[in-house]
Write a protein of this length. Sequence first.
Length: 430
Amino acid sequence: MTKNMSEANVVKLLHDNLTGLPSRLLLHDMIELELAHARRNGTQVSLFHLDPFPMSDIDHLFGYKIGDEVLKQIAKRLVASVRESDTVVRMDADEFAVLMPTVGDDEASIVIEKVTNALEAPIEVGELCINIGVMIGVASYPTHCNNAEELIRGALKAVKQAKAEHIPVVYHDGVADRSASFHMEVFGRLRHAVRNGELTLNYQPKVDLQSGEIRSVEALLRWPDSGITPDVFIPIAEKTGLICEITRWVVTEVARQMLEWRHQGIQVKVAINISTRDLLDKSIAAFIVDAFDSRKVDKSQVIIEVTESAVMKHATLAIERLSFLRDQGFGVAIDDFGTGYSSMAYLSDLPATELKIDRRFIGEILKSKRDKKLVKAMIALAHEFDLLVVAEGVEHQQQADLLKTFGCEMIQGYLFSQPVEADRLAYLLR
């Protein structure tokens, strides 16, 4: 009995009670076994040290019970992301390690991407949706390390460098993606801008090709005086999860602006963009509904725009979220159509009211026979599903004239107007 109890205690000691993963006490021996195999076969071994963030803030804001639940879900996602031959280990506090035997550089990069993507979706604990990120330090045998101690120290040193320099991934030799460093700098500045009211909205008209009148507008995010354009800061916001906070601000601001316009006697439909991250947030749909209901703004005057690629990435969930919003009275637009995949397969299932043809097909429509045929076919397809069609990026009258002959209902682009501030739009609408 004493021996059995002793063995049970040993097993318990070598595994983490919270996650069930091997503990750091096992890591050294596991590495030595894999190194022995690698030396015999001339293969590579890599060790990742992962530091999820902001775990200390989560513990402080929500308590250790919620923090523990987040760690358990992180552990499950890590196990699901790595190869069968890899081992996920619970290190001290909120940190993890991944031991990868018989691995090449390409395989390591693929696993890093899978891990990052796995932790991209918000972690749901009860009614909470918590966004996290992760810093990763990588050390490899035989490239820069020769034994278990050097691998462990190297990966730890690399993750410390990642944290110090705000770089998502650092290799033990110190090589880091400098563009990632720039991204983290932008992320820090953007988070400050969001919380200090530095973002604004401009509005770009969508014009009826038959009447020449403004039929609706698209709300477009701007960051004045930053020197950073939306095509740079929005992808960073999406990757870091900050986009969820930004989207809620955009929704609230559009609802406020529409109420103000109504008091001025102005009524126009407004389109709001939501991202892949937003589609993963189970509370966003209810938030959108409440933002407009609480201000008594007509939801039929609001269009929810989502890119085709975002829909295709999480098709079932996207259809569910968008169907709910459609049932609540919102319009739904599929943006950047033609740039994704499986468009035909899902178009009949999407609760869309509007389809927007991506600007890359419009730019060469006067010169390219291929683009001309594609655009014509897209418009015909959209009409088969009773969708209104908006062509983006229209800059020349000849483009507008051709689109009109194809039956396109609306255009959006510099031919009519660039994005303008709310006051300027009010002037155009009067």
